[in-house]
Design a protein around this ligand. Structure first.
Ligand SMILES: NC(=O)c1ccc[n+]([C@@H]2O[C@H](COP(=O)([O-])OP(=O)(O)OC[C@H]3O[C@@H](n4cnc5c(N)ncnc54)[C@H](OP(=O)(O)O)[C@@H]3O)[C@@H](O)[C@H]2O)c1
Length: 321
């Protein structure tokens, strides 16, 4: 089968579009014929091996040689002990822990798969899992956003941010989106009430305060956030620098408690059951998927470069023919 392979960390130039052996499903796995894969910042990070947390599985060389975690496709074969799916079923999943989606076929644990609604396209189904789970857990489950609260989303113009802005508005919040100048109009079009260009203004230094800061691109000291939170407010780290992650984990709870606020990591729970609620919102027309660009499997280097250089407004999807 065709796949996009890499064996060392580096720029998109280290990726090769080549022939590899088609995987065989293990007992509890399902072989999926991939139709669409959406790219996430985690693919970019695992390609480059930066930040350091992206090297957890392979400190010196990538452990998984095929990137791609958000897949949608059709069941091609099932392992001996699977019970839930049949060949031909339309499915989708986030397979962040095993990757392998940027290929014509991928073997996926049955437990990770969700059924694709018939009226949802493969592209939409591939776009939703990781970004949707981050948004739902960040805004609703851990963010506990309520009507009229003030919410700031840092990195709001990217894949997860686009869903998070819409969800926060759905919960009745007043939303501020932070991203680069190219994405200000895009954030407004998603519903953001206020937008900030992070290259011109530091939201931690402008005197404004929020009930929730959802940080998809964290790089400040953990001490920078309490001053931007309202009493009882919370800051959730989703992705960004390892230095900020360590500070949030080690001293965040202490800094937060002393100020009557919460400074925490959002460890996103992945899996079929966590994707279902966001799919329901999507199918009810309450949130929309914005696909910025589509690429072919042979064009993954270009697609990842576009995402990694920060141009993508919403999702970038690879169509596997
Ligand atoms: N915690 C967990 O369990 C978990 C699970 C999965 C993924 N993640 C993480 O979630 C993060 C977000 O993923 P995503 O797919 O939504 O990323 P994405 O699509 O790349 O979006 C991130 C956005 O942040 C912007 N940005 C970059 N630097 C910024 C800054 N200093 N201030 C404000 N905005 C900035 C980017 O734009 P520009 O680069 O153009 O400026 C981009 O629009 C990733 O870091 C990923 O590793 C976390």
């Amino acid at each position: 089968m065709k796949a996009v392979v890499y064996t060392r960390y580096g720029s998109p130039d280290v990726l090769r579009f080549t022939d590899v052996e088609r995987p065989a499903p293990k007992d509890k796995e399902v072989l999926v014929k991939v139709h669409a894969v959406s790219l996430n910042a985690s693919d970019w990070e695992m390609l480059r091996g930066k930040p350091l947390y992206s090297r957890i599985a392979g400190p010196f060389r990538p452990r998984h040689h095929i990137l791609g975690s958000d897949i949608a496709g059709r069941v091609a074969a099932t392992g001996r002990s699977t019970t839930l799916f049949q060949p031909g079923d339309e499915v989708f999943a986030d397979i962040l822990s095993s990757m392998g989606g940027l290929a014509e076929y991928v073997s996926v644990p049955e437990s990770a798969l969700a059924r694709k609604p018939a009226d949802m396209s493969y592209e939409e189904a591939a776009a939703l899992p990781q970004a949707g789970a981050i948004a739902l857990q960040g805004i609703r489950d851990r963010g506990h956003v309520r009507p009229e609260q003030k919410v700031l989303i840092n990195g709001a113009g990217g894949g997860s941010g686009a869903y998070a802005v819409q969800l926060a508005k759905l919960h009745g919040a007043e939303v501020t989106g932070v991203d680069n100048a190219e994405k200000l109009e895009f954030m407004r079009s998603l519903g953001a009430d206020h937008v900030i260009d992070y290259t011109r203004e530091d939201f931690t230094k402008n005197g404004r305060t929020y009930d929730l800061i959802l940080d998809l691109a964290a790089h400040r000291s953990a001490f920078a956030y309490p001053g931007s939170l309202l009493p009882g407010g919370r800051y959730l780290y989703v992705g960004g620098s390892v230095a900020t992650l360590l500070q949030v984990l080690l001293i965040g709870p202490v800094i937060g408690r002393s100020a009557g606020k919460k400074i925490r990591l959002l460890a996103v729970r992945l899996g079929a059951q966590h994707v279902t609620p966001i799919v329901e919102l999507h199918q009810a027309g309450k949130i929309a998927t914005v696909i910025d660009r589509r690429y072919r499997l042979s064009e993954v280097s270009e697609a990842l470069r576009y995402l990694g250089e920060g141009h993508a407004k919403g999702k970038v999807v690879v169509i596997v023919e």
